[in-house]
Design a protein. Structure first.
Length: 286
C-alpha cells in the first residue's frame, strides 16, 4: 500500500470509537469463544450449554431476537441492507471503519480505469507517479467510503494460472476448474450490492457485453453450494449470500454479493486447517 489513500473520501459523520462502544461490552476471551464453538461442533467440548459460547448480553439478545440488522446494529445503515451478522459486535482494539482500499495490479492502467468507470460506474479520484517508473491510481466505488486502487509497473509479469491468478473460469465465465490461487495472493474482490437489485445487475452487466456467471445462491445445507430453487419467502435462512462473478480486463475475478441472512453461533462449526494439512508444500527459502 502506498502512502496515498482514500481517507479524504471518508464520511465525516462516522461515530467516534467511544460513541460506538458506549453501549457494547467487549466479549470476554473472544478467541476462547471460537475455540469452544469449534470443539462443540466436533464433539470435543467439556463446556455446558450455558458456557459453550461466551456471548455478551447484547450479542445473545440479538441472536434470540433474530436480528436482521436494524440501523443500530451496524455501520452506516444507509450504505448497507442485510449485514453479515446481527451481533452488534464492535472492535475495541482498533477503530477499523471498513476497507480503505484494495490494491491490485493492472496490465494497462488506461484500459483498467476506463473499464472500472464505464462498466462499474466508479470514479478516478487520485493518480500518482512513482520513482520506480510505475503508477498508483485510486478509484472511489461510489459510496464515498470504500476504494479500489491499482499499481502499474513497466516490468510487471503476468500472473501464473492457479498460482497468482485463479483459473476456475474461462473468459466467458464458464466454470472449468477448481477456482484456487496461491498462498498470499488475493483471490477475488466482492462488492456489496442490495439484495433486491442483484438480478437487475446481472442483466445490466451482460448488456454492457461483460461475461457474467448466473447468480449463485450459496446454501448452508449444501456447504456453500448453489441452491437452484431458492425462494426467500420459504428459505428460512439456508441461503446466506447470493453472488455473481465476472472479470476485469486484468483477469481479476470480481463479485457482486448480497447477504440474505445473519449469522449466529451455529455458523461456527469447523476447525480451521493448518499448514500441516497442506498436501503440496514447498520448502521455505533459506
Amino acid at each position: 500500500m502506498a502512502s496515498s489513500s482514500l481517507g479524504a473520501l471518508r464520511s465525516p459523520s462516522r461515530s467516534s470509537a467511544s460513541e460506538v462502544h458506549s453501549t457494547t461490552r467487549r466479549p470476554d476471551r473472544q478467541g476462547e469463544t471460537t475455540r469452544i464453538a469449534y470443539d462443540r461442533a466436533h464433539g470435543g467440548t467439556q463446556a455446558t450449554d450455558a458456557t459453550a459460547l461466551r456471548l455478551t448480553d447484547s450479542r445473545l439478545s440479538a441472536y434470540n431476537r433474530g436480528v436482521r440488522c436494524s440501523s443500530t446494529t451496524t455501520r452506516d445503515s444507509t450504505l448497507r441492507g442485510v449485514h453479515m451478522t446481527g451481533t452488534q459486535y464492535r472492535n475495541t482494539e482498533f477503530e477499523l471503519r471498513g476497507i480503505n482500499h484494495l490494491a491490485l495490479v493492472a496490465r494497462d492502467m488506461a484500459e483498467t480505469v476506463q473499464w472500472y468507470e464505464e462498466v462499474l460506474g466508479m470514479r478516478l479520484v487520485k493518480t500518482q507517479e512513482m520513482p520506480s517508473g510505475g503508477q498508483h491510481f485510486f478509484l472511489d466505488v461510489g459510496n464515498g467510503v470504500d476504494g479500489i486502487a491499482f499499481f502499474w509497473w513497466p516490468d510487471a509479469i503476468e500472473g501464473t494460472p492457479n498460482e497468482a491468478v485463479p483459473a476456475g473460469y474461462d473468459d466467458q465465465m464458464n466454470k472449468v476448474a477448481p477456482n484456487k490461487s496461491a498462498i498470499g495472493t488475493m483471490h477475488h474482490v466482492a462488492f456489496d450490492v442490495p439484495a433486491e437489485k442483484i438480478d437487475e445487475y446481472l442483466v445490466k452487466l451482460r448488456s454492457k457485453g461483460i461475461p457474467v456467471t448466473e447468480i449463485v445462491n450459496h446454501a448452508k445445507s449444501l456447504d456453500g453450494g448453489h441452491k437452484a430453487d431458492y425462494d426467500p419467502a420459504t428459505d428460512g435462512g439456508d441461503v446466506f449470500i447470493r453472488s455473481l462473478y465476472f472479470k476485469d480486463p486484468n483477469g481479476t475475478i470480481l463479485e457482486f454479493a448480497c447477504w440474505t441472512t445473519t449469522f449466529d453461533e451455529s455458523d461456527i462449526a469447523h476447525r480451521p486447517k493448518t499448514a500441516a494439512d497442506l498436501v503440496t508444500r514447498r520448502p521455505v527459502p533459506a
